[in-house]
Design a protein around this ligand. Structure first.
Ligand SMILES: Cc1cc2nc3c(=O)[nH]c(=O)nc-3n(C[C@H](O)[C@H](O)[C@H](O)COP(=O)(O)OP(=O)(O)OC[C@H]3O[C@@H](n4cnc5c(N)ncnc54)[C@H](O)[C@@H]3O)c2cc1C
Length: 491
């Protein structure tokens, strides 16, 4: 299973080499998969299924867990649940199979930004690591040759992960709603699939809907109010970069995506790219690298609220930076211009051009790319329309000192220790506790959890332990009855 590649030259000799290399890759991968199956067999304890199927309003057995989002977060959660013998698991994703997340869609970086030594999806099984998968195909030492992981390689690893572990993914299924069903303890998940509205039922739901899963990508009103829709795009949008050839581009923001999009525009022949940001200088330290130690990744969730607030607020204050190779890629172009200390004061159409005014003056551009990231705001998620009015937010539970005020953090959901939503008004909507938020919206409550590779190693364990705990506790009477009825004779 090789990565999606750009193109090949198709001549005979290279085909034989490719075929030979392909054959070696296949053999290598087959051997790895065999070793992995053996690992899973050796580690398969306890083996007994323990969840009794629950019947839903339609009389059919409901899913134990539905996971919304088939990206890395959803796939790893599904595998971790299956290993704990939570067997009726379904992952749904709005995108086609193996195209979940940003990697093959709107991510315009060449490689991942995180160092390649991060683990996470493997759940501690060496033959499930991306290194083992890569070297099985490309030979011993090939991983050491690689710098950062190309985004296509990461996407191909996740596709292999889904296939080799047999994770049930229903693709092209967009969840449109979520709420309690008529059966106590059972949630209904409304979705569009195959052009039809469908209803799915589950005892627990995990939202693994990505970095913007607890909010929305943000475009400042000064842009949406002043410009027609065809004159600007967010870095999250599909952008026709070929159409930007010969154009002057204004990019707002200095995070990695702003630089990546600037580079792609220049690589497609943009006449000039002007990148503007508020700070007087680029951020050059990455708080995420600081955070990659056991204490923080595993136990930030155990801190008192005031400490959680000050740590995460500080991490956000450090800000997003363009990784070194991302900065180099853009700066290699003579037509790339950076404007520090240049917040946009006004944007307006001037004839055919767009006038961008900053404290240092007005520049004319032809198209605007918005790299301002996303905001946390559950009310902006259509699928959470029934849920968000009932869930507690940090502003409902923690009064930050005025000097530490942070409006976006105050909108973060105030999650329980297992990523579950908690009620704004206890007793009003207990069902929200059956929904686990494994998106970036869990950052303040539980640290690096959803929507990050850095925290996956520990966060998925915490999430899955919370789900198995709540299901076991909920079914304790049935378990006690099975204990009382247990009559397997030893001899
Ligand atoms: C451009 C970019 C680059 C990044 N680079 C890195 C990096 O290098 N290293 C790192 O650690 N992190 C990185 N991140 C952060 C993070 O790891 C990624 O966002 C990652 O994709 C998160 O995985 P996930 O499974 O949580 O979400 P995703 O991979 O985003 O998957 C979520 C899926 O849920 C689907 N979905 C959303 N809503 C619905 C719905 N209502 N119904 C059905 N499906 C739905 C989405 O379409 C998507 O396919 C990056 C993020 C972005 C945006």
């Amino acid at each position: 299973m090789s990565e999606p590649s750009a193109s090949s030259d198709g001549t005979a000799s290279s085909t034989t080499i490719v075929e030979a290399a392909g054959a070696a890759e296949v053999v290598g991968l087959a051997r790895l998969e065999q070793a992995l199956r053996r690992d899973l067999e050796l580690l398969d304890y306890p083996r007994r299924p323990w969840l009794t199927p629950k019947l839903g309003p339609d009389g059919a057995a409901v899913h134990d867990v539905i996971i919304v989002g088939g990206g890395q977060g959803g796939l790893v959660t599904a595998f971790a649940l299956l290993r704990e013998k939570v067997e009726r698991v379904l992952v749904v994703d709005e995108r086609p199979i193996d195209r979940a997340g940003p990697w093959l869609n709107f991510a315009r970086m060449v490689t991942l930004r995180t160092p390649k030594y991060l683990t996470g999806p493997d759940l501690g099984i060496p033959n499930l690591t991306i290194v083992a998968w890569y070297e099985a195909q490309h030979g011993p030492g090939s991983w050491a040759q690689m710098g950062l992981v190309p985004k296509q390689t990461w996407a191909a690893y996740l596709a292999w992960y889904r296939r080799v572990l047999g994770i049930p993914v229903q693709a092209e299924t967009c969840v449109t709603g979520l709420g309690p069903s008529d059966t106590p303890g059972v949630l209904v998940v409304e979705a569009r699939h195959g052009g039809r509205d469908v209803r799915l039922f589950a005892r627990r739901v995990v939202l693994a809907t990505g970095i913007d899963g607890s909010g929305a990508w943000e475009v400042p009103a000064m842009i949406t109010d002043a410009l027609p829709r065809d004159r600007w795009a967010h870095t999250r949008d599909d952008i026709d970069f070929a159409a930007l050839a010969g154009k002057r581009i204004g990019v707002l923001g200095a995070g990695a995506s702003a630089f990546d999009n600037a580079s792609v525009a220049l690589e497609h022949g943009a006449a000039a790219v002007h990148l503007y940001f508020r700070r007087e200088r680029l951020v050059d330290t990455n708080a995420y690298r600081w955070a990659e130690f056991v204490g923080f990744l595993r136990h930030m969730a155990d801190l008192p609220d005031a400490d959680k607030w000050r740590f995460i607020r500080q991490i956000l204050r450090v800000g997003q930076l363009p990784p070194a190779d991302t900065l180099r890629r853009a700066s290699a172009h003579a037509a790339f211009h950076m404007h520090p200390g240049s917040p946009w004061k006004q944007v307006e159409l001037q004839g055919d051009a767009i006038a961008v005014t900053t404290p240092s003056g007005t520049d004319l551009v032809d198209f605007v790319i918005v790299g301002t990231g996303f905001v946390t705001d559950l009310s902006r998620r259509p699928e959470l329309a029934q849920l968000w009015p009932h869930v507690a937010l940090w502003r409902d539970r923690y009064a930050a000192p005025e000097a530490e005020r942070h409006d976006d953090l105050a909108r973060h959901p105030y999650l329980g220790p297992g990523f579950e939503f908690t009620e704004k008004t206890p007793g009003e909507a207990p069902w929200v506790g059956q929904v686990h938020n494994y998106t970036f919206g869990g950052l303040l409550s539980l640290g690096f959890g959803g929507a990050s590779i850095s925290g996956m190693k520990y966060s998925v364990q915490r999430l899955v332990a919370a789900i198995t705990r709540s299901l076991f506790v909920e079914d304790r009477d049935a378990h006690f009855a099975s204990l009382c009825g247990f009559d397997e004779r030893e001899w």
